[in-house]
Each structure stands twice: as C-alpha cells, then as structure tokens.
Write a protein that binds this ligand. Structure first.
Ligand code: NAP
Ligand code: ZN
Ligand code: ZN
Length: 351
C-alpha cells in the first residue's frame, strides 16, 4: 500500500512529504488508519542523528493512535472500526526469556523499533507514525478504552506514558513513597500524573520556574526549581525513588544526594552526550543505586492504558499540523511545550 508520510532524508534536512510502502496485512496483522501521533524527543534525537545509527529516509513517530481498517484471518483481539494504538515496538523474537515475561523491550535478540528498526542488521528500515497508515502484528497493537474525544491525548501514553509507568511500578511508587520526577516535559509530565495517581508523594524538579503552577496542577505535591541550591539542599536524603527524564547531559550527584539510604535514581532520558560521571561516595555511603529503564512491555502498556482509561488520565497536549513539525522540534529544544505535541494526521492527508 502506498502511504503518505513525512520524512527527513539526512540529519541536516528539513521534513517533507514522501511516499512509503506498507505491507498488505498478513494473517496476524492489523491495518490502522493513523488519526494522531505524538512527538517524542526521541524522534528529534533520531531524525537529527544525535544518536548513532539513523537510517534515511527517516519517518519518526511511536505514539500512534487510530482506527482499524483491516484485520488478518487469525486476528482475534481487533475488529474493523476499533480504536487501536501502536507504541515503540512492532516486533520481537517472542521466544526468549524477556519476551516470555512480557518484557519485549528487553528481547535478547533486539526488538524491532516502530521506526529506524530493526536492530538485527538486516538493513531494512521501519517507518513510524508520521504517516497516514501502519500495519502491525496484533501482538504489538494495544486496545484503547478511552472515549473517542480523548483520543489525541491518549497518543503520548504509548511512549511518554509507558516509559514512566514501567519504572514507577518496578521501583514501587505508591502510598508512603516519596518520588521525584526530574524534567517536566513530555515524559516528566506523565511521570508526575502517574506517580500521583499511584498514590506517591510527588516532587517535581524543573529548570523552568514558569512550570511551577502547572506542575502542581498535574499532581505534584512539591515543585523544586533545580537551579536553586537552597531548595535542592532542603530535600537531601528525602526521596525513595527518582525518575530522571532530562534529554540533556547534567550533574547526577545533585539528585543522588536527594535519595534516602537504598534509594534509586532511574534514568530514562538518553542525552546525545554522556552525563558527567557520578561520585562514588554519594552512592556508597547510603547504598544508593543509579539504574536505567527502557519503555515498557506490551502487557504493562495495556495495563497502563487501562489504568489511565479508568481514571480519565490523558496527556496535556498541543495539537499541531504535520507541516508544523520543524517549529515543534525547535520549541521542544527550548523546553517550550505543555506538555506534548500531537500531530493531527488529517493535516497530512489534506496536504
Ligand atoms: P522533552 O519533552 O523535551 O522533555 C525533557 C525535559 O527535560 C524538558 O522539558 C526540560 O524540563 C528538561 N530539560 C531539557 N533540557 C535540559 C537541560 N539542559 N537541563 C536540565 N533539564 C533539561 O523530552 P521527552 O520526550 O520527555 O524525552 C526525554 C528524554 O527521554 C529524551 O532523551 C528521550 O529520547 C528519552 N526517552 C527515553 C525513553 C526510554 O525508554 N528510556 C523513552 C522515550 C524517551 P524542565 O523545563 O522541567 O526542566
Ligand atoms: Zn518516545
Ligand atoms: Zn525475545
């Protein structure tokens, strides 16, 4: 199927229209007409080759929601007309230990990313959600139980939502726990909402004083401007868990020092350049940990979506036209988005 999409042809190029091929749906495939696609900072890192290994043309987008237009003969979970979603993965080996445990993101053979995949060296590229249609094996398609009117705000749950949900659950965010969220951007604002909904005491750390009021409205119990040394010092040794979503290299010790004994700082931001090495002493003397976490598995993604649907949780978004993607990237680089751009795919179809 010839499909309209928006792509970059090199790290320096601007986005423009392109025609890509989507496969005809096989027996276990679901074909989706994309209605909205969120704009993740990973899209920008990839499109501009800030990480190694971008293949061009590059069609980013892994926060995909839409309507099912066709299903293969063996598909059981979806019917034509259903709302459906696709996140960061479209395949994995489905046989290894991680896949067996529903943690396909840690597939021992490498999962197939929704765009710029697979990672197995076959040379094929995958094209993401900045496009009008996608065809995906039903194992990697999520059901949407939100209402139709919430759909645009559901899109960011497929990456920003699950990337914060998975570590919050893994490190036990809940009642009685103090949880820090560093960076109130696309991921961070979902981290604040989800940690609050899970019952934790939430401390949001931001470099943007102007986000204070809205971070409180998202569910933060406290907001700390991280450039204020006195405000940081006042939280020393107080947090059980900190989730760091920042997309740029920064001093990790400033956050390690806020953890209680045995506390953990989990990194989800993937800056283009490494963070300065943390101090060993800050870790050793309180047996603290620095860890990392990658998106989330399909099972937990569905659990997160269902949790959000029950509680009416969606992302705070600004809807844009496909043609506005360069401006959106420029604003994302200035931390000037509350809190996620979502592309209305009707604008691609109209172009
Ligand atoms: P985003 O919307 O741009 O948010 C990042 C936030 O970090 C900004 O809003 C800003 O928050 C803060 N920030 C930015 N530059 C900073 C700097 N120089 N110093 C301190 N704080 C800074 O990005 P996103 O989409 O949430 O993605 C965040 C990172 O996570 C990216 O690196 C992305 O690639 C990565 N990611 C990882 C995974 C995973 O599986 N691990 C999944 C998705 C994305 P304040 O204004 O509040 O300071
Ligand atoms: Zn993402
Ligand atoms: Zn596997």
């Amino acid at each position: 199927m010839s499909t309209r999409a928006f792509a970059v042809q090199s790290a320096e190029a601007l986005f423009g229209p392109i025609a890509i091929e989507r496969r005809a749906p096989g027996a276990s495939d679901v074909a989706i007409d994309i209605l909205y696609c969120g704009v993740c900072h990973s899209d920008l890192h990839t499109a501009r080759s800030e990480w190694p290994g971008t293949r061009y043309p590059c069609v980013p987008g892994h926060e995909i929601v839409g309507r099912v237009t066709a299903v293969g003969s063996q598909v059981t979970k979806f019917s034509v007309g259903d709302l459906a979603a696709v996140g960061c993965m479209v395949d994995s080996c489905r046989r290894c230990l991680s896949c067996d445990e529903g943690l396909e993101q840690y597939c021992e053979h490498g999962f197939t990313a929704t765009y710029n995949g697979p990672l197995d060296g076959s040379g094929e590229n995958t094209y993401g959600g900045y496009s009008e249609k996608i065809v995906v094996d039903e194992h990697f398609v999520l059901a949407i139980r939100h209402s139709d009117t919430q759909l645009a705000g559901v899109a960011p749950l497929l990456c920003a939502g699950i990337t914060t949900w998975s570590p919050l659950k893994h490190w036990g965010a809940g009642p009685g726990k103090s949880v820090g969220i560093v960076g109130v951007g696309g991921l961070g604002h979902m981290g604040v909402k989800l940690a609050h909904a899970l019952g934790a005491h939430v401390v949001a750390f931001t470099t943007s004083p102007g986000k204070r009021e809205s971070a409180l409205a998202l569910g933060a119990d406290e907001v700390v401007v991280s450039t204020d040394p006195a405000a940081m010092a006042a939280r020393a040794g107080r947090l059980d868990f900190i989730l760091d979503t920042v997309a740029a290299a920064h001093d990790l010790d400033a956050y390690v020092n806020l953890l209680k004994r045995d506390g953990a700082l989990a990194l989800v931001g993937v800056p283009a350049t490494p963070h300065p090495s943390p101090s060993a002493g800050g870790l050793i003397f309180k047996r603290r940990q620095i860890a990392g976490s990658l998106i989330g598995g399909i099972k937990e993604t569905q659990e997160m979506l269902d949790f959000c649907a029950e509680r009416g949780i969606v992302a705070d978004i600004e809807t844009i036209a496909m043609q506005e993607i360069e401006t959106a990237y420029a604003r994302m680089l200035k931390s000037d988005v509350k809190y996620r751009f979502v592309i209305d795919m009707a604008t691609l179809k109209a172009a």
